[in-house]
Design a protein around this ligand. Structure first.
Ligand SMILES: NC(=O)c1ccc[n+]([C@@H]2O[C@H](COP(=O)([O-])OP(=O)(O)OC[C@H]3O[C@@H](n4cnc5c(N)ncnc54)[C@H](OP(=O)(O)O)[C@@H]3O)[C@@H](O)[C@H]2O)c1
Length: 288
């Protein structure tokens, strides 16, 4: 059966890896939805202009599409954008959506995790077949987050206090998404939580020191500094307040991810997920 895949967010962290995964698998029937096609020169599939805030572009982009990788960015607009997008997907006869969500089980209360779960429910209500991806912390956060660096002169810092996190490389999120998109029936109705290794930031600083021979120490910053940064750098504050709140909760020891490591990646892809150590080695130039 024809299965034309539309990838949203193809210029983003996960999206770029997804394009690579689909290409490596030799999958050809792919269209990339991007906001500014004129600015994109290095992606290997046909582009279609699509802006979540312009419903007419969504209608055109979804014409003839069977399966979608659906992701939104780090703003509260994700709610309204997703609703409009799913409504149009339903009208367009889309059969399958792989949704990029966020951490947690169904009881998640952190706002941006819960917003993603509301979108999941809306997808289910639409009647379109689905797979929900719920990644824990991206290892890419170790390279910077929302314009802030995570390292400075041998100091690794975060606003998570000493919390245990569960980590996943965006490349692995993308690889699992590619498997779903290429073989939808095998993944219909599934919720995959993606987090494959527990580590605190102190343990990651120790890995940098011991394994890469780069002397690093960890410094836990006050979440208030993040909130000041978000306000003075004109970040979108509804979403960033949720990030601030979850930093406060993590720092207070309320959201430990201890034990939240999953075995779905190996089962689905027949490969081992990237370890934190492998990620640090892959990106060692950044830490040098
Ligand atoms: N960071 C984490 O640890 C973590 C963990 C779990 C889940 N997540 C989730 O991951 C998602 C973000 O993934 P990411 O880091 O890969 O994102 P990203 O690198 O910030 O990329 C965002 C993408 O969305 C596109 N985009 C933004 N606004 C758009 C619009 N109005 N219309 C069409 N496209 C638009 C951007 O395109 P342009 O190139 O045009 O800007 C870009 O391709 C969020 O939903 C977040 O909740 C993150």
């Amino acid at each position: 059966m024809k299965n034309r895949i539309l990838v949203t967010g193809a210029t983003g962290q996960v999206g770029r890896y997804l394009v690579q995964s689909l290409q490596e698998k030799g999958y050809q029937d792919v269209v990339l939805a991007v906001r500014n096609p004129d600015n994109v020169i290095d992606l290997p599939y046909p582009l279609v202009e699509m802006d979540y805030n312009k419903p007419n572009t969504i209608k055109l982009a979804l014409n003839g599409i069977d399966s979608i990788f659906m992701m939104t960015g780090y703003t509260i607009d994700m709610l309204q954008q997703s609703k409009v997008f799913i409504d149009i997907a339903k009208q367009s006869g889309v059969r399958y959506i792989v949704h990029l969500g966020a951490c947690g089980d169904d009881n998640a209360q952190v706002a941006h995790w819960a917003w993603h779960q509301l979108i999941e429910r809306y997808i289910e209500w639409s009647g379109i077949q689905f797979t929900h991806l719920r990644p824990e912390s991206y290892m890419q956060n170790l390279l910077g987050y929302q314009g802030e660096n995570s390292t400075d002169k041998g100091v690794l810092h975060s606003y998570f206090g000493d919390a245990i996190l569960s980590w996943v490389d965006c490349a692995d999120v993308a690889e699992l998404a590619a498997h779903c998109l290429i073989s939808p029936e095998q993944h219909y109705g599934q919720v995959y939580r993606l987090g494959y290794e527990n580590k605190t930031y102190s343990q990651i600083a120790a890995l940098l020191t011991d394994e890469l021979n780069l002397p690093f120490r960890y410094q836990a910053n006050d979440p208030q500094e993040f909130w000041d940064f978000a306000q003075s750098n004109a970040l979108e504050l509804a979403y960033m307040k949720s990030i601030y709140d979850h930093y406060v909760a993590f720092t207070a020891g309320e959201l430990s991810r201890e034990g939240m490591v999953f075995d779905n990646f190996q089962k689905i892809t027949k490969k081992a997920p990237v370890s934190v150590k492998e990620f640090l080695i892959k990106h060692q130039d950044y830490f040098k």
